[in-house]
Design a protein around this ligand. Structure first.
Ligand code: C2E
Ligand code: MG
Ligand code: MG
Ligand code: MG
Length: 261
């Protein structure tokens, strides 16, 4: 009987694995169709001056019927992130080209996408076709980008900088990379991750450390996930001048954003 149970368990485990695989293959297929047939959209979340509340930039966030925390990792493992990311860049640049010149646009770039051979050309093309001034485009990369081959990453980022775009490290301090890259890479900004903003009232050591690093290296610092007035005040007291979060605005459609500028 134990044997039978064991066998049942094995069968049902296989069954679950199989079901999960079928589901992810189906989702990949749906995502590919969405990309090809206009089923994806971008939301834009305002990044504001913490002192005045004035709009400084907006982060482009990809939207589908499934949340990004599910479909972005899937797109990364299947390689679909390369055409998907190219679409995001194209769309974000076209949209931002219609904003006032002082409003920048920030686009998330996954490490798979950054390392694809055509990435620099994709960025150059999106800028050229949209007419967006390169200095108005921020590329947000995560520390995972920096974990392998700093030399290669440095030369890649230098090529991007040569176009005139700016580079931010997203979710700074949540990865496993060393701090040396702050000295080795041509960076423009660090983003304080939401968990560090959430714990501001418990001392704010992490947010403070990032702001200190930003000052030392001459980098802009943007705080993410600001939800309360208390957090905004604490950040301002620490010298943080820019941020985004539900306190100011949720991600919104391009049209909604345009009506606020
Ligand atoms: P992220 O780049 O760190 O983006 C910030 C996330 O925090 C967004 O989630 C945003 O909606 C959310 N957020 C902003 N303010 C608040 C707040 O006050 N409270 C709370 N609870 N959340 C806030 P979203 O849009 O679900 O995106 C999740 C992640 O998916 C992004 O994190 C980014 O890593 C990835 N992602 C989204 N769009 C793209 C894309 O086009 N390309 C790539 N490669 N990744 C993307
Ligand atoms: Mg981001
Ligand atoms: Mg991120
Ligand atoms: Mg982030």
């Amino acid at each position: 009987q134990a044997k039978a149970q064991g066998r049942d368990r094995v069968v049902s485990f296989d069954g679950e694995m199989h079901a999960a695989m079928v589901a992810s293959v189906a989702m990949e297929h749906e995502l590919r169709l969405a990309l090809e047939h206009g089923g994806l959209s971008l939301a834009f979340q305002p990044i504001v001056d913490l002192e005045t509340g004035r709009l400084r930039a907006a982060e482009a966030l990809c939207r589908w019927t499934v949340p990004p925390c599910e479909f972005i990792p899937l797109a990364e493992t299947t390689g679909l992130i390369v055409p998907l990311g190219a679409w995001v860049l194209e769309e974000a640049c076209q949209t931002a080209a219609g904003w006032p010149d002082h409003v920048l646009v920030s686009v998330n770039v996954s490490s798979v996408q950054l390392r694809s051979s055509e990435f620099v050309a994709t960025v150059a093309g999106a800028l050229e076709r949209s007419g967006l001034e390169a200095s108005r485009l921020y590329l947000e990369v995560t520390e995972s980008v920096l974990m392998t081959d700093v030399e290669r990453t440095a030369s890649l980022l230098r090529e991007l900088k040569a176009l005139g775009v700016r580079i931010a490290i997203d979710d700074f301090g949540t990865g496993h990379s060393s701090l040396q890259y702050l000295q080795q890479l041509p960076l423009d900004a660090l983003k304080i991750p939401k968990p560090f903003v959430d714990t501001l009232e418990e001392g704010g050591q992490l947010a403070r450390a990032i702001l200190d690093l930003g000052r030392s290296f001459g980098l802009a610092v943007v705080a993410e996930g600001i939800e309360t007035e208390t957090q905004r005040e604490a950040l301002r007291a620490l010298g943080c001048t820019k941020g985004q979060g539900f306190l100011f605005a949720r991600p919104m459609s391009a049209n909604e954003l345009l009506s606020t500028v």
